[in-house]
Design a protein around this ligand. Structure first.
Ligand code: TYD
Length: 207
C-alpha cells in the first residue's frame, strides 16, 4: 500500500538489542532537525496489543492465535495511527512491525511466507527498516542488567536464537543491518547516517 507523503522508519531486532534507545535518540535528533515526528510501537496499547502483553506475562496463546492477534493489532495501528501520521507528512518511527511477526511467530514454527502474506495484505511498506543485530547471550545480559527485569516468555535464549536467524534471513531491499554490539554512541552514528541517507539529510549540516 502506498498513498503517503511522510516516511515510515522501523526499528527491529531481538529483545535487548537496544533498538528502543536508538529510536528515542533518532526522535530527538529529527525534531531538532525540524521534522514532525511520531513515535509508535507494536504491540500497541490498543485492545489487541494489551491482550498480547498479558499473554507474554501469563502463559502464551497458540502460535496461530498469536499471529492473528498481532495482525489485528497491526491492522488497528495502521488505520488509527500510522496511515494518518504519514498522510499528515510526519516521520513515523516505529518500534517493531511485521518483521517481528515473521521472526517471532516464525520461530514458533509457523510458515514464514504465510505470515508475511497476511501482514503485507494490511501493512504499509516501510521506507527503511533498521535491524539491530546482537547475539542473544549479550542481549539477555543487557536486559537483566539495564532493565533489572526477569526476561518474559518471549525472551528464552534458544527462542531468541531462532528469532535472530530469521531476522538475518529477511531479503527486503529496504532493510539495513546494524551491528548492535558496540557502545550505544557508536551504534547511534550508524543509525543517524542511515536515517540521514534515507531522508536526504546532508551529514553534519543543518538545514
Ligand atoms: P517489546 O518490543 O519487547 O515490547 P515491550 O518492551 O513494550 O514489552 O515486544 C514484546 C514482545 O512481543 C517481544 O518479545 C516481541 C514480541 N512480538 C512478536 O512476537 N510479534 C510481533 O509481531 C511483535 C510486534 C512483537
Amino acid at each position: 500500500m502506498t498513498n503517503k507523503s511522510g516516511k515510515l522508519i522501523v526499528f527491529e531486532g531481538i529483545d535487548g538489542s537496544g533498538k528502543t534507545t536508538q529510536l528515542k535518540r533518532a526522535a530527538a535528533w529529527l525534531l531538532a532537525e525540524g521534522y514532525t515526528v511520531e513515535t509508535l510501537r507494536e504491540p500497541t496499547n490498543g485492545r489487541y496489543g494489551r491482550r498480547l502483553r498479558e499473554s507474554a506475562l501469563s502463559g502464551r496463546v497458540s502460535p496461530e492465535e498469536e499471529r492473528d492477534l498481532f495482525v489485528q493489532d497491526r491492522t488497528w495501528n495502521v488505520k488509527t495511527n500510522i496511515r494518518p501520521a504519514l498522510e499528515a507528512g510526519k516521520i513515523v518511527l516505529l518500534d517493531r512491525y511485521y518483521f517481528s511477526s515473521i521472526a517471532y511467530q516464525g520461530a514458533r514454527g509457523l510458515d514464514l511466507a504465510d505470515i508475511r502474506a497476511r501482514n503485507e495484505a494490511i501493512a504499509i511498506k516501510p521506507d527503511l527498516v533498521l535491524l539491530f543485530d546482537l547475539d542473544p547471550e549479550t542481549a539477555l545480559q543487557r536486559i537483566e542488567r539495564h532493565r533489572g527485569e526477569t526476561p518474559n516468555l518471549f525472551e528464552g535464549l534458544e527462542y531468541q536464537r531462532r528469532v535472530r536467524a530469521i531476522f538475518l534471513s529477511l531479503p527486503d531491499p529496504f532493510l539495513v543491518l546494524i551491528d548492535a554490539a558496540p557502545q550505544a554512541e557508536e551504534v547511534w552514528g550508524r543509525v543517524r547516517a542511515e536515517i540521514g541517507k534515507s531522508l536526504g539529510i546532508r551529514p553534519f549540516v543543518r538545514e
